[in-house]
Design a protein around this ligand. Structure first.
Ligand code: 8Y7
Length: 286
């Protein structure tokens, strides 16, 4: 099955899977934050030039979407005040949209940040909280942006301390189905909705692999499926390596996700992920 995703002014062809490159505008992201930090007295300042260079190389490597986030959502991360999040992401989105014709996704749960990001040029709202914060659904509905609805149990600060599922696949499925229904009711057309099982968000290693193995079931939602696996603990927990040594494991899991029907792959490692997508597509078309 193939889809078009409507994201702002774009019609994105998902007949072959796409790569979304991660740009973290955070000082404390678990695997690549601070690389984009400018040395400043104690305060974190994103280095726009470095970030723009990274976007440039992501595009050259074949990324179709870049995901810009200002709130670290790694397990245990603390909340970021809204004005700080705005300071981190809005100038960056403006800089990227002025320079490149790439689809910009904003990774946020805040209605204010969503609204400002869309004004600055973002065309996808990637919300790990599935538009549950006050005003988020309304901002999304009143825009033309696409939305990515992700499953999470709990909140980032504590989600890996306790989680509980009787049947992780069906519970995640039911959650996504109910958030899709909430979006449709609010006036967000199906053509603008992406779903994501949320690997690592309030899930054990077993839960993550059960979801990966059953990813095909989520195709029943008949919506584009995004996966975020890159360098996560579900890789580290198997290969026993630190974040920067998880590329091979991440690519292996990505190929499995592609074979189960993933449509968009969110990654820190664009070149390797695009290679994996191409090899998988050749295999599928043979
Ligand atoms: C995901 C995500 C993160 C994911 C979507 C990390 C923002 C943690 N993971 N968004 N964000 N899906 N849609 O390891 O899996 O990159 S942050």
């Amino acid at each position: 099955m193939s889809f078009f995703l409507t994201a702002g002014k774009r019609q994105i062809d998902l007949s072959t899977p796409l790569c979304m490159g991660i740009i973290n505008a955070t000082p404390d992201s678990f695997s690549d934050g601070s690389e984009l930090a400018k040395t400043s007295k104690r305060k974190f300042v994103i280095d726009i030039d470095k970030a723009v260079q990274r976007v440039d190389s992501f595009i050259e490597q074949g990324a179709c979407i870049v995901d810009i986030g200002g709130e670290s959502t790694r397990p245990g991360a603390s909340a970021v005040p809204e004005d700080e999040e705005l300071n981190r992401v809005i100038p960056l989105i403006e800089a990227i949209s002025q320079r490149f014709d790439v689809c910009i996704s904003v990774d946020t749960s805040s209605a204010t940040v969503m609204s400002e990001a869309i004004k600055a040029g973002a065309e996808i709202i990637n919300d790990i909280r599935s538009l549950s914060d006050p005003g988020a659904l309304t901002v999304a509905a009143n825009s033309e942006a696409a939305v990515c609805l992700m499953h999470m149990q709990g909140q980032p600060r504590t989600m890996q301390e306790n989680y509980q599922y009787d049947d992780v696949v069906n519970e995640v499925y039911d959650f996504l189905e109910s958030r899709v229904a909430a979006c449709i009711t609010a006036g967000i057309q199906r053509e603008r909705i992406i779903v994501d099982v949320g690997f690592g968000f309030g899930k054990s290693l077993d839960h993550n692999y059960r979801l990966l193995n059953n990813l095909g079931h989520f195709k029943n939602l008949k919506l584009p499926l995004l996966v975020g696996i890159s360098r996560k603990s579900m890789i580290g927990g198997i290969v026993g390596r630190p974040t920067h040594e998880r590329l091979a494991g991440s690519v292996a899991a990505t190929v499995l996700a592609l074979e189960k029907g993933a449509d968009i792959v969110r990654t820190h490692d664009v070149a390797a992920t695009v290679d994996a997508i191409r090899v998988h597509s050749a295999y599928r078309q043979a």
